[in-house]
Every structure is written in C-alpha cells, then in structure tokens.
Design a binder for this molecule. Structure first.
Ligand SMILES: Cc1cc2nc3c(=O)[nH]c(=O)nc-3n(C[C@H](O)[C@H](O)[C@H](O)COP(=O)(O)OP(=O)(O)OC[C@H]3O[C@@H](n4cnc5c(N)ncnc54)[C@H](O)[C@@H]3O)c2cc1C
Length: 440
C-alpha cells in the first residue's frame, strides 16, 4: 500500500476518545493523524447534537477532558454543579482539537476501511487515501444499533432503527407536524433524548416508551457521599455484591452507595469471572444502569410532568408483531404480566406514526458493520473480548502489536469506560504507553 500520509500514530475515530488520545499524544511531541469518517471530529456521537435540550448527564465540575486539569471545562463559565447542554461540551472539545491541530495534529476526514500490519500500520480510507503509522489507536466508539427483527419489512421512515441518524431527525419533524403517536423502544438515556427532541420539536401526540422492565434513569440530587474502601466491597460474586449494595443503599441512601462503587467499578468488573460478568449483564445491568447513569434534575422533572399529563407512558413489556396499516405501524405489545394486544399509543387500536429503536448501541461486536473493525476481526488483527461486547485488550488497553483501543470498544475488559471521567484517564495512560513504546 503506497502511503499518502505518514505519522507516528494513526488514531481512528474523532469522538471524545479519539480526540483526547490524539491531543494527549501531540502533547508528548508525537506526530499524529486523526481519522474521522462521520464529519464529527471533536464531537463524536454524544456531543454532535445541536439540540439545546440535550444536557450532559454529569455535572460540569466532573467533565474536564484532562485528568490533570480538573477545572478545565468549568473555567469556560459553566456552573460546576449544573448540567450544561451537550453541544457546549462539543464546542469545548473542538477547541481542544483546534489547539492540537495548531500544535501539529493532522486530520484525515474519511472512513477507515482497511488496516494491514507490515512493518508499521497501514490504514486505507474509503476515498483511497493511504496512511502509515508506527502505532494504531482504535476509537470508533459504541457501534450503531443492529436492525431489529420486528422492524424488518417496515418502511424505514416509520420504523427508525438508528435514533442518531438523519432518518430519526426527519421522523421527529414529521410526527411533530402531524401530531401522531410515537412508540420508543427502550427506556434508557437514548429514550430520554428522543422524548426531549420530540417535545422540543412541538410534538403533542402521545409517546409510549417500552422496555422489558420499564426502568427509567433516575435523577441526580444532592446526597451524602458514602465512600468505601475497596477491601470492604464483596468481590467476585454478583449476587453477594448486589445484596450488599441494597443493604448499604437502605442505610446510607442509594445515590451515595452507588457512587461509592464508581472508583472500584473497573476492578470489581475485572474480578468477576466470565460467568459472573454474564450474570451481571443479564440480571443486574438494567438496574445498575438506571441508578448509575442519572439524568439532570430538570430533565427528570420534565419527564415526570409529561407522564402526569398523560403525554408519556412508560410500559414494562415486550414487543411482538409489527404491521404497517395505511402509513402507520400497529404494534403488538405484551405488557408484563398481561396477554399480548395489538395497540397503538393509547390502546384504542390506533397506529403509531413512528417507532424509534432506542435500545442502545449494538451489544454484539461480531455483528459490527464498521468496515475497519469488520476487516480487522475477520483477518484476526483484533480479537473479541470474552463476552463479545467489545475488543479484547489487556490492562493497558493494548489490542495487539503497537495497537490500542479506547472507550466503549474496551468495555468488555473495563466495563466502566463509557463516560468522560473514565475515558480521559484511559486516553492519558494510552498516550503515555505509546510514547514509551515508540521511544524505546
Ligand atoms: C447520547 C449520549 C450522551 C452522553 N452523555 C454523556 C455525558 O453527559 N457525560 C459523560 O461523561 N458521558 C456521556 N456519554 C458517554 C460518552 O461521553 C461517550 O460514549 C464517549 O464520548 C465515547 O466516545 P468515543 O469517541 O469512544 O465514541 P463516539 O463518540 O461514538 O465517536 C466515535 C467516532 O468514530 C467515528 N468512526 C467510527 N468508525 C470509523 C471509521 N471506520 N473511520 C473513521 N471514523 C470512524 C464516528 O464517526 C464517531 O465520530 C454520552 C453518550 C451518548 C451516546
């Protein structure tokens, strides 16, 4: 492969993980090229939203991109305890990217489709550009959701599979104008974003949000901290840990009890054997996620009032057959503990004008459609982690010879590695590691 751009390090993915890995590497005097294929360099999936109603779900005080400069984000004037619009965090991240470019970072706007290990790492982009580097960092983030079987055969403008894509934006505008009822599959953070987008667009119809357990993210609120030593936390067994957490939550308040586990979460996860990790994913995760990933109080209040007004209904149950009738979707829903019925939004037999898949990112890495990951998995250049939810990496986030992975791609190894406070540390440590290895 002939190279058009050479660098010490090629970083693929320009979201928070890739941008911060690149910025950290440039700080260490290394030549870096950052590859971004979705036009979202310095933004990624989370911070490319333009909607002011989409808020951070972490207080500004904890959102610095640099572990060694904890006040860096709030220095921009954000209320340390407040939940800033995510687009403002995107603007902040873009200033970091601009600074790194001023210090020598090269950008390659295009999708990486091919990698070869031949002396160095050779990476090909979809437009034919060829890059060569001594090290490669993979930071492609959460993989977009796979297609849902229930929606197969439905008009993709009605059954919207990717809530972050242009089809979702078009469907939101359409239902806001028509006032039709909406079904959201999933009741987590993506559902919250979707409800806020619909409300902001002026949608006045009803919204049904459906998941197996009907659990919604809880709200942030002031609480007493309840720190705990790692040695005092039960290890290696999900059920024992869960009982301990419930007891501690009862005694000290659940927010303090859950937050106390955060500093230990990676070590606890790595201390589970694969069977325990699988048990956590199957049984504990839905409850852990809604208590651990909390939403801004004002967002929780808006959802509460929409529920009170009957505009939003959160349903525990399963979706069955989907039928398209006269331009809308009739969906069979088996409410938990009740027989299945074909309902529209209000049970009176009307149809949903749109169904949004907000069940979250793809859970099975083997099904990724990212061309580079696909090729690297197929060619044995990377392996899946033991649970198949990400890539196999070691404790240094190394995925192979002069190859590193970052962020949600590494959640099989670390689990607690999807939010800024954790990824910023990983980006720093990976940059240290790469600098050490390339200078050895
Ligand atoms: C909606 C949402 C809200 C969140 N809110 C918060 C919050 O408030 N606080 C917090 O701490 N965390 C939050 N997070 C979590 C966290 O910040 C992100 O998950 C994190 O930024 C992950 O970043 P990433 O760079 O690994 O992935 P992504 O942001 O997904 O970025 C990956 C990038 O790689 C590019 N890419 C993919 N494949 C290729 C390829 N083959 N070639 C070139 N480019 C490619 C994509 O276009 C994309 O820009 C949120 C996450 C989401 C999804």
């Amino acid at each position: 492969m002939k190279s058009d751009v050479t660098a010490d390090v090629i970083v693929v993915g320009g979201g928070f993980s890739g941008t911060m890995a690149a910025a950290q590497l440039v700080r260490r005097g290394l030549g870096v090229v950052l590859v971004e294929g979705g036009g979202r360099a310095g933004l990624g999936t989370a911070y490319s939203t333009r909607e002011p109603v989409h808020l951070l779900n972490v207080p500004a005080a904890r959102m610095s991109a640099w572990p060694d400069r904890p006040d860096d984000f709030v220095a921009g004037g954000h209320d340390p305890e407040g939940f800033a619009p995510r687009r403002e965090f995107g603007e902040y991240l873009q200033t970091i990217l601009d600074q790194a470019v001023a210090e020598g970072l090269k950008r390659a706007d295009g999708t990486a489709v091919l990698a070869e290990r031949d002396g160095g790492w050779h990476v090909g982009l979809a437009d034919g550009t060829k890059l060569v580097g001594r090290a490669l960092v993979l930071a492609q983030g959460n993989q977009p959701p796979g297609t849902m079987r229930a929606g197969e055969g439905s008009d993709p403008a009605l059954f919207v599979n990717n809530p972050w894509g242009s089809e979702a934006r078009a469907a939101i505008a359409r239902v806001a104008a028509s006032g039709g009822d909406v079904l959201i599959l999933g009741t987590g953070l993506t559902m919250v974003d979707m409800v806020l987008s619909l409300a902001a667009a002026g949608h006045r119809g009803r919204i049904v949000a459906l998941s197996r357990r009907g659990q919604m993210p809880r709200a942030h609120a002031a609480h007493e901290a309840a720190p705990v030593e790692f040695a005092a936390v039960p290890q290696g067994n999900v059920l024992v840990l869960w009982r301990w957490l419930r007891k501690r939550s009862g005694a000290l308040g659940w927010r303090g009890a859950v937050d106390a586990l955060r500093p230990h979460a990676q070590a606890l996860w790595r201390g589970f054997d694969p069977a325990e990790q699988g048990r956590f994913l199957r049984h504990a995760r839905p409850y852990w996620d809604v208590h651990r990933h909390r939403i801004a109080p004002q967002v929780a209040e808006q959802l509460r009032s929409m529920i009170g007004e009957g505009r939003l209904e959160v349903v525990a149950g399963r979706m069955g057959m989907v039928r398209e009738i006269d331009g809308c979707l009739s969906v069979e829903i088996a409410r938990r503990g009740r027989p299945s019925t074909a309902i529209g939004a209000n049970g009176r037999g009307n149809c949903f004008s749109a169904v949004f898949n907000c069940t979250g990112p793809l859970g099975t890495m083997a099904r990724t459609r990212d061309p580079l990951l696909r090729q690297m998995i197929d060619d044995g250049l990377v392996a899946l982690d033991r649970l198949g939810i990400g890539l196999a990496v070691d404790e240094r986030s190394s995925a192979g010879d002069r190859l590193w992975a970052l962020g949600p791609l590494t959640k099989g190894e670390f689990w607690e590695i999807v939010a800024v406070p954790d990824i910023r540390v990983q980006a720093q440590e990976v940059a240290d590691d790469i600098a050490r290895e390339l200078r050895a």
